[in-house]
Design a binder for this molecule. Structure first.
Ligand SMILES: Cc1ncc(COP(=O)(O)O)c(C=O)c1O
Length: 395
């Protein structure tokens, strides 16, 4: 016990009183109900973002191991020192091709990319226009995008979620203001599973001379032709960001855009400059995932069909409707305590569906965030639906 611990403990108690305290649970999630589990508590996983099941794919494991055996387990330094390898450049070239961009730049994680790319863009605005950058941000953007703005000392101009007429009003009001104007959005929203209208956003960006920044963390691999996401092939998306940590089953992230953009970021994005390069094993897995992606149409179709089925079941069971149209399906609970109760109920039924509470989502909108996985079976989703039905009739 240090003299500071009472401060921490008091603050943690405050969180617990609001049902907002988080804890780590030593669970062993498994993908399939027919998987023979070892000892201990194992739960059917409806919470991870491994949408295509690639994190367990033998090719990724093999290529990760090969790369580590060949090149070592660490990169040794930042890309700018001695860290750049052929594999970095190969994976970047493949991402650029997938997204239809001139270039791409890898980051250690999606969080790190968003948190450091926004400040690098803000710096560009200040240096080149003499004016503060304006960020027009969807209200439901991921915490890492908010963090990037906070790190750059910017206050965001927030538009109502997916409300492009609100966005246009805000752009119009500031049309004469100097400085780089950035529109920042996700293409699939992580907690709601709904989509942004990328072509309409691109048209607004063009009309108002804005830089469109799209986070494709939850779309890449799952949506778009060959899993390329929702920005691929849409002109006027200046920056398409994504991660290997979700449908691509690994770790790490990228920013894709023009060569000039990537060259600026490799000079000024602190999360790139001052952080050790992604290691060979991670790159080997990413490269293998990119090999598999184009041929996974069947898995993508399965996800979409199963998601439609589950949404219909939830509607029949009286759960509140949502705007989800993807593999992410929120089950709305309202207050945090209620969401925790639902998670505990499902846990007793052998199902892992974590409660998502403020500040991750706005107060009063706590929920279970169900994420489907193509490596599961229809019977697994049926089991989840049956458990949710039991909960709803219990009320
Ligand atoms: C929309 C979005 N962007 C960025 C991230 C961060 O990505 P990573 O987990 O690779 O740090 C996440 C992860 O939860 C996300 O949901």
């Amino acid at each position: 016990m240090t003299p500071f611990d009472p401060l921490f403990l008091q603050a943690l108690d405050d969180l617990a009183r609001q049902d907002r305290r988080r804890r780590l649970h030593p669970l062993s999630p498994y993908l399939r109900a027919d998987f023979r589990t070892p000892h201990g508590k194992t739960l059917l996983d409806f919470s991870s973002n491994d949408y295509l099941g690639l994190s367990r794919h033998p090719l990724l494991a093999e290529r990760a191991a090969d790369a580590a055996a060949r090149e070592g387990t660490g990169s040794g330094s930042s890309r700018l020192v001695t860290g750049t390898r052929d594999l970095h450049e190969r994976v970047e070239a493949r991402i650029a091709a997938l997204k239809g961009k001139e270039a791409a730049l890898l980051f250690a994680s999606g969080w790190q990319a968003n948190a450091s790319v926004i400040p690098a863009l803000a710096r560009l605005s200040k240096e080149q226009t003499g004016a503060t950058m304006l960020v027009f941000a969807d209200r439901l953007n991921h915490a890492s995008l908010h963090h990037g703005c906070a790190a750059a000392g910017l206050s965001q101009i927030r538009f109502r979620h997916n409300d492009l007429s609100h966005l246009e009003t805000l752009l119009q009001e500031r049309a004469e203001m100097p400085g780089l104007k950035v529109i920042a959005t996700e293409s699939v929203f992580s907690m709601d599973g709904d989509r942004a209208d990328i072509p309409a956003l691109a048209a607004l960006a063009r009309r108002y001379g804005a830089f469109l920044y799209v986070d494709e963390a939850h779309a890449t691999g799952v949506l778009g032709s060959g899993g390329a996401g929702l920005t691929a092939g849409v002109g006027d998306v200046a920056l398409s960001m994504g991660t290997f940590s979700k449908a691509l089953g690994g770790m790490g992230a990228w920013v894709a855009g023009s060569r000039a953009l990537c060259d600026w970021l490799l000079n000024k994005a602190s999360g790139f400059v001052f952080s050790t390069a992604l290691p060979p094993s991670v790159l080997g897995a990413a490269d293998a995932a990119l090999d598999l992606l184009p041929d996974m149409d069947e898995a993508r179709a399965t996800l979409s069909r199963r998601a439609d089925w589950l949404r219909a079941q939830l509607a029949d069971q009286g759960y509140a409707p949502t705007d989800s149209s993807t593999q992410i399906i929120p089950v709305m609970a309202g207050e945090a305590g209620r969401a925790l109760e639902l998670t505990a109920f499902l846990e007793d039924e052998g199902i892992l569906a974590i409660a998502i509470r403020p500040p991750t989502v706005p107060a009063g909108t706590s929920r279970l965030r169900i994420s489907l996985n193509a490596a599961q079976s229809d019977a697994d989703t049926e089991r989840l639906a049956a458990a949710l039905a039991r909960f709803s009739t219990r009320r």
